[in-house]
Design a protein around this ligand. Structure first.
Ligand SMILES: Cc1cc2nc3c(=O)[nH]c(=O)nc-3n(C[C@H](O)[C@H](O)[C@H](O)COP(=O)(O)O)c2cc1C
Length: 549
């Protein structure tokens, strides 16, 4: 153990509570992990020693008392519940500034949301892709079982079906779901504004009280700006004209940001622009600051980070960059509470960082929008790309060369195109009958619907673990999954069946605290041995014990 910087001044004096021990790598490793205690590096008889707690007198030149030792470096206690923005945690009654992102088709299941809420995290129910009735049942269940514990649900942009988006927003209003994660939006829609504006009023002190909070999730600066500004006046005026919000609600909504919180989403599983977190977050924070300077909001939106949150280092990095909170998705799809099949958990547990690919999305197929998926153990990315290529090249299914059509019917649909269209029709007759009308009239639209149907079924085959369709599984997944697997290798968390939401979150947060303490020491000129900040994954029991020490 040595000082990196011989000119580093003594920072003060330290009085031990217990005798300090020579700062060997082993002693440092233990002291760094005692995150509930302050750590001091002191000189005793020319040797560097490490001690916990005690009394530090920082800045004084003269030794206060003979038992005080020269203090060379010092870090404060840093517990998982100290990470992130304190006001953010307080606002939502969270123990940790750690969010579990919505994952469609109830992959972020009722069980996962419940476990997270009880553990002090905030999770968003994966409402996208579900019929309204199922969303409503999930909400009823969560509200009935969680009492006042916070949870949210997803409002996903549906450009092809604005009625569904509106109906989902109305359901959330009706059921008094107060936290909504708005995602995949490229522009502000009336459904978003309606949700935000409804019920807004002034409290007895004159402050604006807005019951409904939007957590926007964006990966583009221009979209972030739209959520950070107040809702557009034109949409508010239209909502007033149609009697959906009152003039007072519109007037007050015009004074607050559309989103109360905003998650900058870097390279992630599912819909993603593959942005690098390290450049995205500071840019979006700067936009928030600029917008806030103009509006002087009483409660400006806080900015969190998603995309790549997978290891203690990624959590530490996010908070070091100023994230108010972190949000993880991919790694939680690999948890036992996820609404997916055990075979998918196993496939995810085997993924490396490079085992993902971009593939056309089912919901915005015609627009060329892509999602990030697992490519190891499935042919989905190649097959989905082929369907998009064919859709772009041909006006109607019948124009596709016969040899290619027979591959589609043999390997992809496993039946004739007409049979596939009939079952696609049946699906859309329930979900969105206008699509059926369009498909009946327009051969290109019919082809798009059938191709989209394959993409949609590919997610469902994975979710339900349909054995003879494993080669077609669509599993949304980002590089975070591989990063986590690397980190967990050789530990009990290597096994899919041992991964649960709170154990993952707890380890990542604890490990981030240890790393942040290492960084603080390094910045004070202390040369730590490589790996001093590494932790081995622990069970929740071990973590609790460690944090209770
Ligand atoms: C399986 C899966 C499904 C997802 N579905 C949705 C969704 O329906 N709505 C949404 O807002 N985000 C969705 N996401 C994104 C996550 O909520 C989260 O923002 C993202 O996973 C964070 O990045 P990470 O994957 O690197 O952890 C999904 C992600 C995954 C992995």
């Amino acid at each position: 153990m040595s000082f990196n910087n011989p000119t580093l001044p003594r920072m003060g004096w330290w009085k031990p509570q217990e005798d300090p021990t020579p700062a060997s790598p082993h002693a440092m490793h233990g002291a760094l992990q005692a995150v509930g205690h302050s750590l001091s590096l002191v000189e005793r008889d020319g040797e560097l020693c490490v001690g916990l707690d005690g009394t530090a007198s920082i800045g004084s030149d003269a030794r206060p008392l003979p038992e005080y030792l020269p203090l060379r470096a010092h870090v404060s206690p840093l517990r998982p519940e100290n990470l992130g923005c304190p006001a953010f945690r307080a606002t939502y009654g969270l123990r940790y500034a750690y969010l579990v992102g919505a994952m469609a088709n109830a992959i972020t299941s009722v069980e996962m949301v419940s476990v997270a809420a009880r553990g002090g995290l905030l999770a968003f129910f994966g409402a996208a892709g579900l019929p309204l009735g199922e969303i409503e049942n999930a909400i009823r269940h969560l509200q009935g079982s969680l009492g006042n514990l916070p949870f949210g649900a997803n409002l996903i942009h549906s450009p092809g079906d604005p009625d569904l988006e509106r109906a989902t927003a109305e359901l959330y209003l009706q059921r008094e779901v107060r936290l909504v994660c708005a995602s995949a939006f490229l522009r502000v829609t009336p459904a978003l504004v309606l949700y935000r504006a409804k019920g807004i009023h002034r409290d007895p002190h004159g402050a604006i009280h807005c019951p409904n909070r939007i957590f926007a999730k964006v990966s583009r600066v221009e979209v972030a700006r739209k959520f950070l500004e107040p809702p557009p006046g034109k949409i508010l005026a239209d909502l007033v004209a149609s009697g959906l919000v009152t003039a007072e609600e519109a007037e007050l909504a015009g004074q607050i940001p559309l989103a109360q919180e905003l998650t900058a989403e870097a390279d992630s599983g599912g819909h993603t622009d593959n942005r690098p977190a390290i450049s995205l977050l500071p840019t979006i924070v700067a936009v928030r600051d600029e917008v806030d300077r103009r509006h002087a909001y009483r409660c400006p939106p806080r900015i969190g980070l998603a995309g790549g949150i997978a290891t203690p280092a990624s959590v530490a990095a996010a908070f070091a960059m100023g994230a108010a909170f972190v949000m993880a998705g991919s790694i939680h799809q690999g948890c036992v509470e996820a609404g997916t099949a055990p075979v998918v958990l196993q496939m995810l547990a085997e993924a490396g960082q490079a085992d993902t690919a971009m593939a056309p999305s089912a919901d915005m197929f015609e627009m060329g929008v892509k999602v990030q998926v697992l490519k190891r153990g499935t042919l989905f990315p190649q097959r989905a790309a082929k369907l998009y290529e064919l859709y772009r090249a041909y006006e109607r299914y019948e124009q596709i060369p016969a040899a290619q059509r027979s591959i589609l019917e043999r390997d992809f649909f496993r039946r004739s195109f007409d049979e596939e269209w009939q079952s696609t029709r049946t699906f859309f007759l329930v979900r969105d009958p206008r699509q059926v009308e369009l498909g009946d009239q327009n051969p290109r639209h019919r082809m798009a619907l059938v191709f989209r149907s394959y993409l949609g079924q590919a997610s469902s085959w994975a979710k339900h673990g349909v054995t003879d369709r494993q080669i077609d599984y669509q599993i949304w997944c980002g590089p975070a999954m591989g990063a986590f697997n690397e980190w967990a290798r050789g530990s009990f968390l290597e096994k899919a069946e041992n991964r649960d939401t709170m154990t993952l979150a707890g380890n990542l947060l604890f490990g981030a605290c240890v790393l942040a303490r290492c960084t603080a020491l390094t910045q004070q000129g202390i040369q730590l041995k490589e790996g001093s900040g590494n932790i081995s994954p622990m069970s929740l029991l071990e973590l609790d014990k460690r944090l209770g020490q």
